[in-house]
Design a protein around this ligand. Structure first.
Ligand code: BGC
Length: 244
């Protein structure tokens, strides 16, 4: 059995669990610590170290990060702090934890988990995963292969960055009804449909719990839309998968 500590860094919480990669399941409860404010690299590094200590872990660690990550180097951090930009976060986390750490974009991680063990399993066509949280994350797969760091949440739609309407943070801050929020998310789905012609959309994030009501408001999108089957845990499980 191959086990990895999966860590999912989010805008509001940093969550971790020990993951069994053979079955794609969490072997422990997930442990969550609030994201420090401001979410500077050093402060977040401390939290990741706390999580490693909590699990008494010394093995490999996979970290999902809410921004573009190229070969361990963070390129964007829209919902954290600008101190992350161009930082070698793989090296920072490896240093503060003493473990072998590999980083990946959080939505790419969630998508990898859903493709391997969940809603995207056995889908060979073009699959787009979206995560609706503090930001809107996205991942694109063709024949199971990930095209990393696609940022569909930052598409400009009607002069506005898509995640400013389609994230769950936008729903809260703009006090949108479920129907209005679903309509805004559908606008983003339609834009991706128009450009990429996917065979399947998988949606994850906090919405998983009320998914049936949420999708009932979609009336234009033609592509099948399904819920992430691991709900919010796909981020942790997928982060662990980068160490597979
Ligand atoms: C970031 C993405 C991230 C998403 C979800 C966006 O603001 O640009 O890289 O995947 O939020 O956290």
């Amino acid at each position: 059995m191959s086990t990895v500590l999966g860590v999912d860094i989010g805008g509001s919480g940093i969550k971790a669990a020990i993951v069994d990669l053979t079955a794609g399941v969490m072997l422990t409860e997930r442990h969550r610590i609030e994201t420090p404010k401001p979410a500077k690299a050093k402060a977040v590094g401390k939290v990741v170290r706390e999580l490693v200590t909590h699990f008494d872990w010394s093995g490999p660690v996979g970290v999902g990060f809410p921004g573009v990550v190229q070969n361990g180097i963070v390129r964007t951090a829209a919902n954290l702090h600008k101190s992350w930009v161009d930082l070698d976060a793989d090296a920072l986390f490896t240093k503060v934890t003493g473990c072998d750490v590999v980083m990946i974009n959080d939505a790419d991680a969630a998508g990898m988990a859903e493709m391997r063990y969940g809603a995207g399993k056995n889908h060979d066509g073009t699959v787009i995963m979206l995560t609706l949280g503090t930001g809107v994350g996205s991942a694109l797969f063709r024949e199971g292969q990930l095209v990393p760091n696609l940022e569909f949440g930052h598409l400009m739609i009607d002069g506005q960055i898509a995640e400013e309407r389609a994230s769950s943070r936008a729903k809260e801050e703009l006090d949108l009804s479920m129907k209005d929020w679903a309509n805004d998310v559908e606008v983003l789905l339609l834009e991706m449909e128009r450009l990429f012609w996917p065979d399947l959309f998988v949606i994850g994030g906090g919405i998983s719990k009320q998914f049936d009501e949420f999708v009932s408001y979609f009336d234009k999108v033609r592509t099948p839309v399904v819920a992430a089957s691991m709900r919010n845990n796909s981020g942790i499980i997928g982060a662990a998968l980068v160490q597979a």
